[in-house]
Design a protein around this ligand. Structure first.
Ligand SMILES: Cc1cc2nc3c(=O)[nH]c(=O)nc-3n(C[C@H](O)[C@H](O)[C@H](O)COP(=O)(O)O)c2cc1C
Length: 326
């Protein structure tokens, strides 16, 4: 009797396009969208696009890789809800460090309901830089967010009031330092988009107001047009990983996206507040190396109003299909 073999088929071109479309909805530093995808057979290779790296803000490429990690998480999720078990390998080829992930379509499966909920949240997640309501985040929701980070190998800590105030103080220091630098301002201006047909960068309608009390130093993408009163006691969450290598940065991005989608599914909004992590001396203050925890992002979370979506580059610019395996 001949043994029956099960061949795992390649997803259709349409399924690949839908999965990559989901991937590119991920957040990225300054909406740089620093990614590229190549599909061949069952594999989708994800590349970091170094031409989109922020040389002033992100010379190590840490936040670039976090952005790509967030896209890889969406890609895995989309494959899963399309009925294929995603199998991911991060940094699969040491000779090609910009090939940051290979996500393969594994055997057919039925996605768990949590995955369905997270995938449904992808188009509704937007960075919200507007004031939030004063309402506290309920404990069960905080627990879910912490669970989301843990599931991707990271930790998430809700900053207690004294830590929160210290973080806000160092973030203000970092923000003042950056704003005094012309190279930072030039880089920010280059990624702040005013042209209506531009498909990357941060558009003016999502910039948000400045805090009347200058307590909450959100990154000022656009020249300040108006001021507003923000929540007095912002909820800050620190996402950290147990190492600080390119691998950990990718995992941090996956964890970030899982946390953000979990938040969106609970109608919770978020905006990163990362200036303090972009100055090594200040990042060390937020990092707990003795516990092996490296701060990767600080999130302000709360309940806000609707915000518009930011643009994305067309798929044709970032996806190549049908090539032979490298
Ligand atoms: C690694 C990373 C760091 C970010 N840092 C900041 C930040 O410090 N301040 C901020 O306002 N937004 C920050 N963002 C949010 C991006 O600006 C945002 O994702 C991008 O403009 C796309 O918009 P969207 O999130 O609404 O899709 C960050 C996003 C990522 C992935």
């Amino acid at each position: 009797m001949r043994a029956r073999t099960h061949t795992i088929t390649a997803p259709s071109v349409d399924v690949i396009a839908e999965c990559v479309h989901a991937a590119v909805q991920a957040p990225s530093i300054h909406n740089t969208q620093p990614w590229r995808f190549e599909a061949h057979g069952r594999d989708i290779d994800v590349y970091a696009d170094r031409s989109r790296q922020l040389s002033v803000l992100d010379p190590s490429g840490r936040q670039l890789l976090m952005s790509v990690g967030a896209a890889v998480f969406n890609l895995r999720l989309a494959l899963f809800v399309h009925g294929r078990m995603p199998v991911q390998r991060l940094l699969p080829d040491p000779a090609r460090p910009d090939l940051v992930a290979r996500v393969s379509a594994g055997p057919t499966t039925v996605a768990a309901s949590t995955a369905q909920i997270l995938a449904a949240a992808i188009p509704h997640r937007h960075t919200n830089r507007f004031p939030f309501q004063p309402a506290a985040i309920p404990w069960p929701v905080l627990d879910e967010l912490i669970g989301a980070a843990t599931a991707e190998g990271a930790t998430l800590n809700h900053a207690e009031p004294v830590v929160r105030d210290a973080i806000l103080a160092v973030t203000r220091t970092a923000d003042d330092r950056f704003r005094a630098r012309t190279d930072y301002q030039a880089e920010l201006a280059a990624w702040t988009s005013t042209a209506p047909d531009r498909r990357d960068g941060v558009p003016a309608d999502v910039c948000g107001p400045t805090d009347l009390a200058y307590r909450l130093p959100l990154r000022e993408f656009c020249p300040p047009v108006h001021q507003a009163t923000f929540e007095r006691h912002p909820a800050l969450m620190i996402l950290a990983t147990r190492g600080d290598t390119p691998y950990h940065w990718l995992r941090a991005g996956e964890a970030l996206q899982r946390v953000l989608l979990t938040a969106t599914a609970r109608r919770l909004d978020a905006s990163p507040l990362n200036q303090a992590l972009e100055i090594p001396g200040l990042r060390r203050l937020v990092t707990d190396q003795s516990a092996g925890r490296y701060a990767q992002t600080i999130l302000r979370m709360g309940y806000g109003g609707p915000v518009p979506a930011t643009p994305r580059r067309p798929l044709a610019e970032v996806l190549q299909t049908g090539g032979s395996p490298p």
